[in-house]
Write a new protein. Structure first.
Length: 143
């Protein structure tokens, strides 16, 4: 039954795992079981939805990032199934605010730095807010 009514549904926050590409800086996560999603430059992909995580790419090409989602799995499934593309893929400059700290911390834990190509993207595309955030968090690099 189709309904135009928008009901506010409260979703209990839950954990998920996404990845950020060290080359292009795109942040991605799989929204459903068969949602195979790739970063902007195509060097890495993630698949499996919430049952398992399947990662494609060389280990050096990505960093896994644990996030907390408060969007329902049904909404994410529909987003994938109907090709709405509101969730699951965020180029540099479009990272959701609530994931930024997780992304930077995951990077620092693995590398302490972004690759030059990702930094170029950040310089080019990040919002002022994100640039300020990078300056605070990322050490030894000028953004
Ligand atoms: Zn990439």
């Amino acid at each position: 039954m189709a309904s135009k009514t928008n009901k506010k549904v409260t979703v209990e926050p839950y954990q998920h795992t996404g990845m950020v590409c060290t080359h292009c800086g795109t942040f991605i996560y799989s929204r459903a079981g068969h949602d195979f999603i790739s970063c902007t430059c195509g060097k890495c992909s993630i698949d499996g939805g919430f049952g398992y995580i399947r990662v494609l790419g060389n280990e050096d090409d990505y960093v896994l990032v644990n996030i907390t989602l408060n969007v329902s799995k049904g909404t994410l499934y529909d987003d994938w199934n109907y090709n709405q593309q509101k969730y699951g893929k965020y180029p540099v400059g479009k990272w959701p605010k609530e994931f930024q700290l997780n992304i930077i911390n995951a990077f620092n834990a693995k590398y302490n730095y972004f690759k030059p190509s990702a930094l170029e993207k950040i310089k080019e595309h990040a919002s002022k807010e994100q640039k300020d955030f990078f300056k605070k968090i990322v050490f030894d690099q000028k953004v």
